[in-house]
Design a protein around this ligand. Structure first.
Ligand code: NAD
Length: 254
């Protein structure tokens, strides 16, 4: 039995990761900025695992450290940190202003860094060979038009993943990332609407266009992502660190 903390666990990919890891036999600490985590906690308990919730904004370092402390106190251990919370931003580079970069950087990059720090500190204190798993993206391997700053944040997550893997290897801590493609969550509803506003595309058209480029011929489900995170959070990935593999149905090839 081990304890996993998932950020952004209230919906979408984070919710699916929480449920998959509960099915795998982990106890789950669910963290999000809103109270959607309460119903996900119930779903975790229905799978026979313990769950606890903690409301935190991942861009606030103290709140992230408090979330890890809460998970340890409530669930009696701390083994895996999933830094999943993230936000999208659709804008041509010409339109981006300082307040825009500040906001997305605070959540997608600083939020992951605080999660890495908080988890590593707890793993070291517990002398636990823990695992840290971060959300990057296809946009962490390829800079997408209209998603330039979002792409920059996801490239940055790969950089942090590599550096953290090197810094913590001597403690037996591994750090990896997952890079999903086009997943049918609220995030994509927002991206598609914003593309429609900016380009005049019909609603749904951008999403369909992206999905049309996927070799396996369908959009990704949150469960597709969770299945890979299950591997990254479990013992089969013990010899892997500093990696950020694409799990996208065949969209970006590296
Ligand atoms: P989503 O918008 O459906 O859910 C994100 C969750 O994170 C929400 O519950 C939200 O409340 C929470 N969150 C947002 N800001 C937060 C903050 N500051 N502190 C705490 N929680 C916060 O998104 P999703 O599609 O489930 O994406 C999850 C992760 O996967 C993100 O990092 C995203 O960038 C990445 N990703 C998504 C896709 C996709 O196609 N949906 C593709 C590649 C990568």
């Amino acid at each position: 039995m081990s304890v996993v903390l998932v950020t952004g666990a209230g919906q979408g990919i984070g919710r699916s990761i929480a449920l998959r890891l509960a099915a795998d036999g982990h106890d789950i600490a669910l963290v999000d900025i809103n109270d959607k985590i309460d119903s996900v906690a119930e779903e975790v308990r229905e799978k026979g695992r313990a769950a606890t919730t903690f409301t935190a904004d991942v861009s606030d370092r103290a709140q992230v450290f408090a979330a890890v402390e809460h998970a340890h106190n409530e669930l009696g251990g701390f083994d895996v940190m999933i830094n999943n919370a993230g936000i999208a931003q659709v804008a041509p580079l010409d339109d981006v202003r300082p307040e825009d970069t500040k906001k997305i950087w605070a959540v997608n990059v600083d939020g992951v860094l605080w999660g890495i720090q908080a988890a590593a500190a707890k793993f070291k204190a517990l002398e636990c060979k823990g695992k840290i798993v971060n959300a990057s993206s296809i946009a962490g391997h390829d800079g997408f038009a209209m998603l330039g700053v979002y792409s920059a944040t996801k490239f940055a997550v790969r950089a942090l993943t590599q550096a953290a893997a090197k810094e913590y290897a001597s403690h037996g801590i591994t750090v990896n990332a997952y890079c999903p493609g086009v997943v049918g969550t609220d995030m994509w509803v927002t991206i598609d609407k914003r593309f429609a506003e900016l380009t005049g595309a019909a609603e749904g058209e951008t999403y369909d266009k992206f999905v049309g480029g996927i070799a396996l011929g369908r959009a990704q489900t949150p469960e597709d992502v969770a299945a890979f995170v299950s591997y990254l959070a479990g013992p089969d990935s013990d010899y892997m660190t500093g990696q950020a593999p694409l799990i996208d149905g065949g969209l970006v090839f590296r």
